[in-house]
Design a protein around this ligand. Sequence first.
Ligand code: ZN
Ligand code: ZN
Length: 157
Amino acid sequence: MSTEIHTGGCQCGAIRFRVTGDLKDASICHCRMCQKAFGAYYAPLVSTRGAVLEWTRGEPKRFQSSNVVRRGFCADCGTPLTYEAPDGVAVAAGAFDDPRPLAPWVQYGVEGKLPYVDDLPALPQRRTEEDEAAAAFLAGVVSYQHPDHDTPAWPPR
Ligand SMILES: [Zn+2]
Ligand SMILES: [Zn+2]
């Protein structure tokens, strides 16, 4: 049986990680602490319990958000990266190079769920290129986001 390897990192590329092993425990958490830590309606997290998490470039800065939990993030670009509890570390799902296989199976902290979250799938949907007024702006955009794969050095020369 092959061992799965999952890579990822922050938006700027200063921090990169590798998880070796199967990742089967992905969730979202609606609690107010996760909303704040992610600046989002809820936090998507993938438990690394039973797998090996390594920081292959840089290391997150941590904020102790309670007496038992630390939150890791990139000190350079602010990307939320971890939820670190005594029973294990979970990594932000969107920080993985390929979050597509990491489908959540449960929602935690639903007492904190924001009232419109269950309605999100029913909202109108637009593709980026449908906004013709923004076409000229979009054509000039140059991304400084780290690519979705490991790189030998960062920033690129
Ligand atoms: Zn960063
Ligand atoms: Zn939470």
